[in-house]
Design a protein around this ligand. Structure first.
Ligand SMILES: [Zn+2]
Length: 104
């Protein structure tokens, strides 16, 4: 099997509500800010029970090294869909900016 990036239309709200942020060994829940969550076959946050459908990582940027990293994470978390980190950052920043101006 090979890995390739697939673009699809997605609800950014759903992604933000169900994303897990990971490094090589552990996960971080953006919902309750829990760190150090064990990854193997993780489906929900052990602290706040948020269900994860998506996963992303800062380490998934760049060439061959990033690909090997993503492949490892997909093996550990086969139920989750890997979201490009820059895309995730972009929607998060955009939402934050919209929030800033919504009060005006
Ligand atoms: Zn949580």
């Amino acid at each position: 099997m090979e890995y390739l990036r697939i673009w699809t239309e997605a609800d950014t709200e759903t992604i933000q509500q169900s994303i897990l942020i990971v490094d090589d060994k552990f996960g971080f829940c953006p919902g309750c800010k829990e760190m150090g969550i064990k990854l193997d076959n993780l489906k929900s946050c052990p602290k706040c029970t948020r269900e994860f459908q998506y996963v992303t990582s800062r380490e998934a940027r760049g060439g061959e090294k990033a690909l090997a990293f993503v492949a490892r994470i997909i093996k550990k978390l086969p139920a989750l869909t890997f979201v490009d980190y820059d895309d995730y950052e972009y929607i998060t920043r955009k939402k934050r900016a919209e929030g800033l101006f919504s009060g005006i």
